[in-house]
Design a protein around this ligand. Structure first.
Ligand SMILES: [Fe+2]
Length: 403
């Protein structure tokens, strides 16, 4: 296939009825994959991990700290994530970029400066462990560590989306455009707001705020969709497309399983527990049906992470609290809102299918339909932890009137 003279590879028409091309091939590197590799700080690829503090940190000259990329299975091409350490008494390099970026503080205390253009008004706000804040698209920002100990921040971005679409990182970091629709010089821009309003799509509790000072301990409104007493809010930050929520299961109770496609990553905020995830095709009773070995499990605590749906197709996932305190998690989706389905005409009927039970047309498995292994294991785990079990037996009984 090589030209004897130039060494160039030629394309040859298939012979007879052979089909053109390789037939099978490896998933190619995306522009974002190449970007991550060139940064040279290492990439965690997997289902998840117990604690972000376990990731190795490597010198990151562009950022001015140490860091590690996180690309959990199922998030490839959908959104980006990394952990960065801000040196003690130091700061990360100032930067701007046309992708969205949110930060969750896993450890430390400091300030962030945000400004739109050289010499323009500068916002400065404080953060601590548990703070969540967002940087408006293409605004300069500088993360400063106020203490004599390193600070650790988890970042979520839309960098893969922009890099893979445009294929030009120079433009992404040096675009001369002010997104005045995302940034405001108003003094209250980083003043936390606790006002709750219905989100415009599903009518769930939403907080319009560019900073949440403490996602570990802040109030969460009642939701009831995932478990009895479940609390939840969606922070809507700096006009972002990046979708996320904060949720909390009561002590002694656990989430119903539900299925959807990949993008969602859960980050532990309070309590500790485990997440099971399995392909939807294994059905609602994978252990009973002898497929328990294909169910994947990640145990995690505060600032551990797990991919809810690690494959491309729909996966069930279910979250269990094994501590004597509520189980609080944050779910990050990147710009992949679970109810913004491409290929649907405006006004086409949608259902909040991850909140509806299977017999209601959703994908949630009601407790009475779930694999009995789950209840047994949950009860044993709680007994060992000395926590009260608050799953009433009636929740495992089929409601009257259902076939
Ligand atoms: Fe989910």
């Amino acid at each position: 296939m090589h030209d004897e003279v130039t060494g160039k590879v030629h394309w040859h028409e298939p012979v007879s009825e052979e089909r053109a091309g390789h037939g099978t091939f490896g998933q190619p590197l995306t522009d974002y994959d190449k970007f991550m590799e060139a940064e040279g700080i290492g990439i965690y690829r997997g289902l998840g991990f117990n604690s972000v503090f376990d990731l190795p940190l490597n010198d990151w000259p562009r950022m001015g700290g140490r860091g590690h990329f996180i690309q959990l299975h199922g998030t490839e091409g959908k959104w980006g994530c990394y952990v960065v350490e801000v040196p003690a008494g130091g700061a990360l390099n100032p930067e701007k970029h046309i992708y969205e970026e949110i930060f969750l503080v896993a450890e430390g205390r400091g300030t962030t400066e945000v400004w739109l253009e050289d010499g323009g008004p500068k916002h400065v706000f404080e953060w601590q462990k548990g703070s969540l804040f967002s940087i408006p698209v293409n605004a300069y920002h500088r993360v400063v560590n106020a203490t004599n100990k390193p600070a650790l921040l988890i970042a979520g971005t839309t960098a893969p989306n922009l890099m893979d679409l445009l294929g030009n990182t120079d433009f992404i970091y040096n675009a001369p455009y002010n997104f005045n629709d995302r940034f405001s010089a108003a003094r209250d821009f980083y003043k936390p707001s606790e006002d709750v309003e219905p989100d415009p799509i599903r009518g769930l509790a939403m907080r319009r705020t560019n900073l949440v000072p403490d996602v570990v301990n802040c109030e969460l409104p009642l939701d009831n969709r995932r478990s009895p007493g479940y609390r939840r809010v969606e922070p809507f930050m700096t006009g972002n497309k990046f979708y996320l929520w904060l949720g909390q299961h009561e002590t002694g109770r656990y989430s119903k399983a539900h299925a959807h496609t990949s993008a969602a990553v859960l980050i532990g905020l309070k309590g500790k527990g485990y997440t099971y995830t399995w392909p939807e095709e294994l059905g609602v009773n994978p252990w009973k049906d002898g497929n328990g070995d294909q169910v994947q499990r990640i145990d995690y605590g505060q600032f551990g992470m797990v991919s809810a749906a690690p494959g491309g197709a729909r996966w069930y996932h279910q979250h269990f609290n094994v501590s004597a305190e509520p189980f609080r998690i944050s779910a990050w989706f990147g710009p992949n809102h679970p109810s913004l389905v491409t290929g649907l005409r405006p006004g086409a009927k949608q259902t909040d299918y991850t909140a509806m039970d299977i017999h209601e047309g959703g994908t949630a498995i009601p407790y009475w339909l779930e694999d009995p292994f789950l209840r047994k294991e949950f009860q044993e785990s709680l007994r060992q932890a000395g926590a009260e079990i608050r799953m009433e037996p009636s929740r495992y009984e089929k409601p009257a009137g259902l076939d």
